[in-house]
Design a binder for this molecule. Sequence first.
Ligand SMILES: NC(=O)c1ccc[n+]([C@@H]2O[C@H](COP(=O)([O-])OP(=O)(O)OC[C@H]3O[C@@H](n4cnc5c(N)ncnc54)[C@H](OP(=O)(O)O)[C@@H]3O)[C@@H](O)[C@H]2O)c1
Length: 296
Amino acid sequence: MADVTRRRILAAGAVGTAGLAAAAAGAQANTKRPVAPKPGKANPNGKFKDKVVLITGATSGIGEATARAFAQEGAKVYFCGRREALGEKVAQTIRANGGQATYQKADVRQESEIKAFVDGCVQKYGRIDIAFNNAGIESPPGTIAEHSLETWTNVMTTNATGVFLSMKYELPVMLKQGGGVIVNNASVSSHVGFATISPYSASKHAVASLTKVAALEYADKNIRVNSISPGAVDTPMLRRALAAWNTDFKTVAQDYPLKRIVNPEEIVRGVMWLSSDDASCIVGMDMDATGGYLTK
Ligand SMILES: NC(=O)c1ccc[n+]([C@@H]2O[C@H](COP(=O)([O-])OP(=O)(O)OC[C@H]3O[C@@H](n4cnc5c(N)ncnc54)[C@H](OP(=O)(O)O)[C@@H]3O)[C@@H](O)[C@H]2O)c1
């Protein structure tokens, strides 16, 4: 594969390269990356005191970091993912630090499971103030002619249909309670094309589109809908992608004006700001958290 093509794929922020050892070596070489904060004790009087935050896909990566951060700021966090052992571990870690968190197994591709997940949150905590629709998967590399229908359907169903289904069941709860905030996790791939990841790119373009439509439909109902677009973030997804493409963090970082891989906690700050009253007039916006990629 031509190097330029490969670089564009890597810049997609989830599709990429070498073994985990190489990725780790790249990470060490990236000295400018801020140190990720360790989970601290929850502050019951924090910025999101008593807010109920629902998160899809918080068993790892950006979702997990978001769950920890909201709980640390006093929120009640209700989250899903398919891996039960990991989900219970994340919830227990949050509770061990004095936070409130509940894990419910749910697959965002299944309408009945998303409905049960949203219902479960309302039963447990009474409402949904903030929803972060984050669950997503990467595409394996391949041209359009090479991709199977199975891959296309799985990525589209997880990333696009999953966000549609999540909003479909979250919005009536928010309407009934008189308001709420939704943040969808989009991507740099929501905005530009990257060769060989057509299922991922198409699914993330759909997330951007769903966000705009939902924002217009519900703005006058006191429900704000926005999205955030990360570039390359150090999560299990990016590391899997690196393993698929035989490259490293250092190489990927070169495609980003920031010249480094971002920590999940840096994305979390954007999600929290969009979710907060500080963003009270922000509607239908996509927050560019790519480290400058989309400005090029
Ligand atoms: N990392 C990046 O560079 C990057 C860049 C741009 C955008 N993003 C986006 O950020 C989001 C989070 O990704 P990440 O990087 O944090 O990856 P990650 O560590 O792999 O986390 C993905 C999360 O989504 C969950 N998930 C996947 N499929 C699911 C399903 N069918 N039902 C329920 N949960 C599901 C996973 O849980 P289970 O496996 O337990 O189900 C996991 O908790 C994704 O939407 C991704 O596209 C990431």
